[in-house]
Design a protein around this ligand. Sequence first.
Ligand code: ADP
Ligand code: MG
Length: 324
Amino acid sequence: MSNRPSEFQLIAELFAPLAEAPGALKLTDDAALIAPPAGHELVITTDALVEGVHFLADDPPLLIAKKALRVNLSDLAAKGAEAAGYLLALSLPAGIDMSWLKQFAEGLKQDQREFGISLYGGDTTSTPGPLTIAITAFGFVPKGKMIRRANAKPDDLVFVSGTIGDGGAGLALSREQHDVSHAVRDFLVHRYREPRPRLALGLALRGIANAALDVSDGLLADLGHIAETSGVRIEIDAHRLPLSAALQAVWGTTNEARVRAATSGDDYEIAFTVAPRFTADAVKAARNSTAITEIGRVRAGQGVALLDDQGREIPVPAKGFTHF
Ligand code: ADP
Ligand code: MG
């Protein structure tokens, strides 16, 4: 194998330096130790990225590493968890060499600094199949304080952080040629490649939001999960959806554009519901983290509806992305 270190070299050279937490035991043991702070619960989540499905073979390894980590941190953010660390399972095809792996580890290192987390362990194997990166991330919440999907209540207001549709537009732009300015293209492609887990907002929403999730497969599809697990109906006003200037430059602001933004996925924003009496607290919570926008309301009933500015339901053929 060309320039491919042994599994042990790889761990010692690239990954052990990232195992900064004491409980990670510098990756010298079979397993790691995690001690949740007194009165807290462990919040744990996993997401795998597969070459050809979630990223392309020639994407920069530094960005692949960051995306793999960030999609996991985004789940923790939506639960109101304080991120602490992660495990990394790598399945490497023959083409992956030391230079690729060094850049990959550099991406992890940068994001560990940025989000204050440590590597705790993992597994490394070769594969005849596509490159696969499976990350399990964990964090802590005070006991009973995880923000669930299942607790939305009729009369809650629905909010979303940031802007939606950018990731989907960035993906489309990175696959096809479009006649758009460099600035617009760069902004949207960057939003697709380097999602920003809304950890500070998630923390601030503890005890304020009734229900929350991170938006990964399309806003309407994901709100559908809240509606279903909570046993409620969710109505979203299309004209209130927050669209970035760059997205508006590419897709416009028609209802068709808004349907596309609300179904395209890869947003990694937080969608949440709040009882009316807590909306001022939610707005205050967002002031020091990420902008939020009120986009709709929870009702008795079931399902998710997108409404136009006359309150009429806009037909939505597919509410989001599915993997199968
Ligand atoms: P075992 O054979 O007992 O599973 P390994 O040789 O796979 O042990 O792993 C040795 C140590 O290196 C363990 O602490 C494990 O968590 C760590 N490790 C292995 N692969 C990775 C990786 N890709 N990222 C982080 N840590 C890893
Ligand atoms: Mg192993």
